[in-house]
Design a protein around this ligand. Structure first.
Ligand SMILES: [Zn+2]
Length: 164
């Protein structure tokens, strides 16, 4: 039985800087120290040039919902306790092609949720919002920058060209 939502391992050298950044309110993105390209999720080796040295640079922390899901029961108890909630896949404004997965939260919230799924749509502008789920673990979540009545509801066919 899963008693709580899965939490990241914080001491893995590959992504420890990412989680430390979250704990300090910074969205850090891994960049290859050799070719300079950005990656997410963090990797032990650059997928472009095979270098294994990296630098971490802060991202602006804004993006658009590339996709999202609204979980429905039956869910494991730890997730059912969060209902209703929305999980988004966010493409970063300053790193086109890099996408992060995170739950949506209300502005200023200290917990996941509090977002009306009817206000969520593909292409919606979002901003990162860090939520401490334990003393050590802070998750990057997302808040809607504005309600998006013109956003595209999930399930509506749309071309990616319409979203830029
Ligand atoms: Zn590289």
């Amino acid at each position: 039985m899963i008693e709580s939502i899965p939490l990241p391992t914080l001491d893995d050298p590959v992504d420890a800087p990412f989680w430390a950044g979250c704990r300090h309110g910074q969205l850090l993105i891994q960049h290859c120290a050799d070719c300079g390209r950005a990656h997410h999720p963090p990797r032990a080796m650059c997928p472009h040039c095979r270098a294994d040295a990296f630098v971490w640079r802060p991202a602006a922390g804004t993006g658009r919902l590339w996709s999202y899901a609204v979980p429905n029961p039956p869910l494991l108890p730890a997730f059912a306790a969060l209902l209703p909630y929305v999980v988004g896949v966010v493409e970063l404004d300053d790193h086109p092609g890099l996408r992060l997965v995170g739950a949506l939260a209300a502005p200023g919230a200290s917990a996941i949720g509090g977002v009306d799924p009817a206000q969520v749509g593909i292409g919606a502008p979002v901003a990162v919002h860090f939520i401490a789920v334990t003393d050590d673990t802070t998750l990057p979540c997302w808040t809607l920058s504005t309600p998006t009545p013109a956003a595209i509801p999930a399930g509506t066919p749309a071309s990616r060209e319409d979203l830029s």
